[in-house]
Design a protein around this ligand. Structure first.
Ligand code: NAD
Length: 357
């Protein structure tokens, strides 16, 4: 019964390979999901998370790796989609040996999966991983890598937001636009900095007091509470904390005309919630399209890092956002579906090319 559901889950999202990694000595329980490698090796971060159930970890890694396939394809990168999760409380079970054991599994895949930092994993952890496998990207600056990808991610989100605004109103100006930013972490703060420079009116909520205080003080953001965040009358909602915040509970409350943020998997159900937004007249800039700045930066590292080149590639997000929104309008579909179709078209076309020797 469990096996049935396992294979159904894996096949329904179209994964090429899913690897379960177990090691008794170190207590490692990890899953590496390789969604698609047509465009190149699969790349995606390693998340260390205390999942309540193993099924939740599988669900997460399958969804995230699929998102990486679309993200890299739309960004024009020669990369496929992958992701890895280690199950457990990183504060309790994370050790050098466990991380290095995980890295051995990555090394055994011979470059089919390239790992990177994600939630629960920091640059010191990457140092341990790098000792056992060269298939690592997004290393810290002091290790010769490209460093923190968040400024690049935030820049892409900002450009995607402006493109969506241009499409909607004819002007990309954010001056006096009311923007609700949920989450003032790394991406949220860099985004707020750019919004502030453009004289947007910024509302912000973060469960972390220190992060909240910082953006209120530095960028004159207006702090709101958790209950208000979905109900505020504003122009734009920018989810920059968790996924799944756009759902049947929140959509009826929203009084914005545009959603553009950095969080992954913002729509709890991409078909149902995408349609509900459209029916409400809210334009949604797909997350995997506009938050690709980070993976673009990491990819540039693999080619020989050059910051200018990375920023130039991130700038393409503006035009791709316009293209996706126009496609959705013409084909009477949602932006999410239009973006997936565009990403899939590129993969299918390259798959055809690859048939020839
Ligand atoms: P982060 O951990 O630096 O910031 C997240 C912030 O959200 C924290 O300040 C946290 O306190 C806050 N938060 C958590 N729960 C919240 C809640 N319920 N309400 C309000 N705030 C809450 O992470 P980050 O790197 O800024 O990433 C933010 C999001 O963007 C994540 O979903 C991540 O997967 C996604 N993302 C990040 C990058 C990147 O380059 N860092 C790239 C692509 C996607």
């Amino acid at each position: 019964m469990i096996n049935d559901s396992l294979f159904t889950q894996v096949s329904s999202l179209g994964h090429e390979q899913v690897m379960f990694c177990y090691d008794e000595e170190t207590g490692l329980r990890a899953i590496i999901a390789i969604h698609n490698t047509v465009l190149g090796p699969s790349l995606g971060g390693l998340r260390f998370w205390h999942y309540e159930r193993e099924e939740d970890a599988l669900f997460d890694v399958l969804r995230l790796s699929r998102g990486m396939t679309f993200k890299s394809s739309l960004a024009g990168l020669h990369l496929g989609g992958g992701k890895a999760v280690i199950i457990g409380d990183s504060r309790k079970i994370k050790t050098e040996a466990l991380l290095r054991r995980f890295a051995k599994f990555v090394e055994n895949l011979n470059g089919k999966y390239i790992t990177a930092e994600d939630v629960g994993v920091d640059e010191h952890d990457m140092e341990y991983i790098f000792r056992e496998t060269k298939h690592v990207a997004g290393l810290p600056l002091y290790m010769g890598g490209s460093g923190d990808p968040s400024p690049f991610t935030a820049y892409g989100v900002y450009l995607g937001m402006k493109a969506a605004l241009k499409y909607q109103t004819g002007s990309e100006s954010l001056e006096n636009k009311k923007v609700i930013v949920q989450g003032a972490g790394k991406v949220g703060t860099y985004l707020i900095e750019r919004l502030h420079k453009e004289n947007a009116i910024i509302y912000v909520f973060d469960i972390n007091e220190a992060n909240l205080k910082h953006v209120v003080k530095e960028y004159k953001a207006i702090a709101v509470n958790e209950a208000e965040i979905y109900k505020l009358e504003a122009d734009i909602y920018a989810p920059c904390a968790l996924g799944g915040t756009v759902n049947p509970q929140t959509i009826p409350q929203l009084k914005v005309s545009l959603i553009a943020g950095g969080a992954n998997n913002q729509l709890l159900d991409e078909i149902r919630d995408g349609k509900a937004l459209q029916e409400k007249g809210i334009i949604y800039a797909p997350d995997f399209l506009i938050n690709a700045g980070g993976v673009i930066n990491v990819y540039t590292e693999l080619e020989g890092y050059n910051e200018k080149k990375a920023y130039a590639k991130v700038e393409r997000i503006y035009d791709t956002t316009l293209k996706v929104l126009k496609k959705a309008e013409e084909e009477k579909t949602t932006p999410q579906e239009a973006a997936i179709a565009l990403a899939t078209d590129r993969i299918n076309q390259i798959a055809q090319i690859k048939k020839f020797i």
